[in-house]
Write a protein that binds this ligand. Sequence first.
Ligand SMILES: [Zn+2]
Length: 126
Amino acid sequence: MIKNIRECIIVLIFILLLPILVPFSLLKNQLEKRKRGQLASRFVCLECGNMIGVEAIRLADERWSEIVKIIMSKSDPGIRLRLVRTVDAICPHCCCQYRFRETEQTFVVREVSPEWERLEPKQDSE
Ligand SMILES: [Zn+2]
């Protein structure tokens, strides 16, 4: 009985904190996005030597949306998928793809495993 009351109190506290937690996480997400954009505007592409800029973030967002759409259309509707984003920036000059390393606050060239290469739809097949 005491355990149930304790669980109820924890759930109640969580529900009461939701109006604080949701805006906080949205704001945090927005700030991280802005910071990533600022880093991209100063980041020099390791392949072609040009600045990748905020355009690289937008290209990666579009590319990731396409990838998710294609994966969702090919999977069974009843299956829950857990997708891990694999591209955070694409150089608008040479199409070099980058992942963002949160801990180091920088972009690194995306390494593609042969298995993922098989799963990910090709850009030129669209
Ligand atoms: Zn480049």
